[in-house]
Design a protein. Structure first.
Ligand SMILES: Nc1nc2c(ncn2[C@@H]2O[C@H](COP(=O)(O)OP(=O)(O)O)[C@@H](O)[C@H]2O)c(=O)[nH]1
Ligand SMILES: [Mg+2]
Length: 331
């Protein structure tokens, strides 16, 4: 593992996962290459970054030539505080869970392969919105490139397991085997693989579903015995809603964000309708950037109200914000 990756490198790497456009990807890759310590241990990673940079440049060029119409693969714009991606074998209950977590209405059906395209929706947790994406089933034969891209870009993957059928365990094994043959990995924490170039690990929860059915508890025991998973587990019924409150909370917590409300200098009350969200440890500068890039450039100071600070204190751009802080920006 190449030691001493800088904060800037790690930040660019995190942003790369979240990039919505090839242009954003290119920016991140260039920062990563610049920040990567150059020595023998990082030769492979350097080569990989250079290869990705030239590939991304080509993608941007092709996109321009086609007049911005076609080009590149499937890209779903990110929305909300983060992205959760639902995956699993056929009939595991992905679409049912999607219906229950969001207002989206993917088709739920007793026959497999009803979902052909990824379907996005928004889940709310308190006053935060999180993007949830339903995907086509993964089997021994089928693993759509679009699904793989979504897993790599996800903040959290929910691996649905069917406790309603004796084939459920076999199906999840097939899902894991198939993903294992690609450069994408399901893991306990998200990170880039430092040993195997190009491999991305994405944080995953195991979500055994249909616990409302009579034989489900027995099948859950079989799952633990024959296919032990290293992931944190949430047992649910997507149909009855059992376990979904815990799952929503865990999804929100896995994003590791803080909420910040803004207040106009001439107003008494903050705007509590919709918070801005930034990664925990993020600064005032990031909030200013989210609002407008001119704000970030011209920011003089801000007043902050919150649990960790004397109300109305004046702070600078590098101030680290806490959950539910209210900020009043002065430019
Ligand atoms: N009993 C029960 N049935 C469920 C549950 N979740 C999904 N189902 C049923 O399982 C079938 C497949 O669900 P669906 O969401 O379409 O699966 P997908 O292929 O993973 O999207 C449908 O008949 C659903 O009604 C659950 O929690 N309990
Ligand atoms: Mg479906």
């Amino acid at each position: 593992m190449p030691a001493n990756l800088t904060q800037q490198y790690l930040k660019a790497e995190a942003e790369y996962r979240r990039a919505a456009t090839p242009e954003e990807e290119l920016d991140c890759l260039q920062v990563m290459l610049r920040e990567l310590p150059k020595h023998k241990g990082t030769d492979k990673l350097q080569a990989e970054l250079k290869h990705k940079i030239s590939k991304t440049k080509k993608e941007i060029e092709q996109h321009r030539q086609s007049g911005g119409k076609k080009g590149g693969g499937f890209r779903l714009p990110r929305q909300g505080a983060g992205r959760a991606v639902l995956i699993g074998g056929p009939n595991a209950g992905k679409s049912q869970l999607m219906c229950n977590l969001t207002r989206a209405t993917p088709e739920v059906a007793v026959y497999p392969f009803t979902t052909h395209e990824p379907v996005p929706g928004m889940m709310s947790w308190e006053d935060v919105m999180v993007q949830v994406v339903d995907t086509p089933p993964i089997t021994a034969d089928v693993f759509a490139p679009a699904t793989q891209g979504l897993i790599r870009s996800a903040d959290i993957v929910l691996l649905l397991i069917d406790l309603g059928s004796d084939e459920g365990i076999e199906q999840v094994q097939e899902v894991l085997d198939h993903i294992g043959r690609t450069k994408t990995r399901l893991a306990n924490a998200s990170h880039f693989d430092q040993a195997e170039v190009g491999v991305i690990h994405t944080k995953t929860f195991a979500v055994p579903n249909k616990i409302d059915l009579p034989d489900a508890a027995d099948r859950l025991e079989l799952l633990h015995a024959f296919c032990p998973l290293e992931f944190e587990q949430f047992v649910i019924s997507a149909e009855t809603g059992q376990g979904l409150d815990e799952l929503r909370l865990a999804v929100y917590n896995s994003l590791d964000v803080v909420r910040v409300y803004t207040k106009m200098p001439n107003k008494k009350e903050a705007d509590y309708d919709r918070p801005y969200t930034i990664g925990r440890g993020g600064t005032l500068r990031e909030i200013a950037q989210l609002i407008h890039k001119d704000f970030a450039e011209n920011l003089k100071f801000a007043r902050v109200w919150g649990s960790n600070i004397h109300d109305g204190s004046q702070v600078k751009a590098d101030y680290v914000l806490h959950d539910k802080d209210v900020v009043e920006l002065h430019i």
